[in-house]
Design a protein around this ligand. Structure first.
Ligand code: DP6
Length: 350
């Protein structure tokens, strides 16, 4: 198969501080604004090669490999995604596509990979199409376009295309915010957040009990939905003001409230899901006790699973490491954890 063009992009995962949970009617439109730290060490690396089409038919020709092995389940998902965006990417009609993807973090670590995978794929597609068009977008427009298409793949992926801090979802609080794509948001915050640490404590690596898609849809009938969306707006506003002034206590209280609200919503959905495990709760209690004893700004957040994301400034990393080793490691599955930090966003590899 003759290769015509190929690009490889590395794109990170992200951890939401104010959570996206619930979609409005329409295509991937969030019910409330969200904001996240972009990570550094947890990423997907995806290469997309354009090859000559094998047949003259209009069908999209795609082969997808994960970790070097053909993966039909992912291939079908991506094919469906490509069908939905083919009018914006003539390359999907004109070439065959050979895609290879890997993750830096183990597949069965309970870490969501849709944000890194879909953002890497969107960056690669936008890059290839731009090269074929021979017309360069401005950097701002390019990222906005990549964020838009990443969002259509997975909502949280829209935030992974920017360094440090990204915001998605229209809100009066932020000028330029939009439901269709995320925007970068690091300039207006205290520099202490640029080097924030995120240690992922793996309480369980088991596959998620409920997919995000189903979780979001349960918000449609959740009795607390309206109050939640009001709370998210308020938390975003207060979080941004805490991040501007460097108020780590206020910042920490909000992110913990967001994590527990997300889990509370799942518990109150019908059907109901409990996504925390005994190990999650044991770690939360120890983190709060450690904070009380030491007055150090160490707070946690969670995504839609049992793993703890510990967030703290780099300057106390040594003390926190000791705490993790002596108190938290024993609650992690096989003592597994991933040390990550706020990161620089996607990059082209070759
Ligand atoms: C709990 O982005 O995975 O991580 O748009 O259906 O792909 P889809 O959902 P997804 O939901 C992420 C939910 C979350 C919170 C967040 O990242 O904001």
């Amino acid at each position: 198969m003759k290769e015509i063009k190929k690009v490889t992009w590395r794109s990170p995962s992200n951890i939401a501080l104010v959570k996206y949970w619930g979609k409005k009617s329409g295509v991937q439109i969030p019910s409330n604004p969200s904001i996240s730290f972009t990570l550094e060490n947890c990423y997907s690396e995806t290469s997309v090669a354009l090859v000559e089409k094998e047949s003259k038919s209009k069908a999209i020709e795609l082969r997808f490999y994960f970790d070097g092995k053909a993966n039909l389940a992912f291939q079908l998902k991506i094919l469906k995604f490509f069908e939905s965006i083919r009018k914006d990417f003539p390359l999907l009609n004109n070439y065959g596509l050979l895609i290879h993807s890997t993750n830096s973090f183990p597949h069965s670590s309970g870490i969501a990979s849709s944000a890194s995978a879909m953002s890497a794929l969107a960056m690669a597609l936008c890059d290839l199409q731009e090269q074929l068009n021979k017309k360069k977008l401005t950097a701002v427009k390019f990222l906005q376009r990549a964020s838009h298409f990443a969002r259509l793949g997975s909502g949280s992926a829209s935030r992974s295309v920017y360094p440090i801090l990204a915001q998605w979802g229209k809100t009066k609080t932020i000028k330029g915010s939009a439901d269709e794509y995320a925007i970068p948001y690091s300039e207006k915050v205290n520099k202490i957040f640029y080097s924030y640490q995120n240690t992922i404590l793996i309480a369980s690596s088991a596959e998620k009990k409920v997919s995000s898609r189903v979780g979001h849809s349960l918000m449609k009938t959740n009795p607390f939905a309206k109050a939640r969306y009001t709370q998210a707006e308020k938390n975003l506003k207060e979080l941004l003001s805490a991040m501007k002034t460097g108020d780590l206590e206020k910042f920490g209280n909000i992110i913990e409230e967001e994590a527990l609200t997300l889990h509370g919503l799942m518990m109150n959905s019908s059907p109901s899901f409990i996504l925390m495990s005994p190990a999650t709760l044991a770690m939360i209690e120890k983190i709060r006790k450690f904070r009380e004893d030491t007055k150090l700004p160490v707070y946690f957040t969670l995504d839609a699973g049992p793993n703890i994301h510990l967030l703290y400034p780099k300057k106390i990393a040594e003390k926190v490491k000791k705490f993790i080793d002596t108190e938290l490691a024993q609650h992690c599955e096989n003592k597994r954890m991933i040390f990550d930090q706020v990161g620089k966003g996607p990059k082209r590899v070759k």
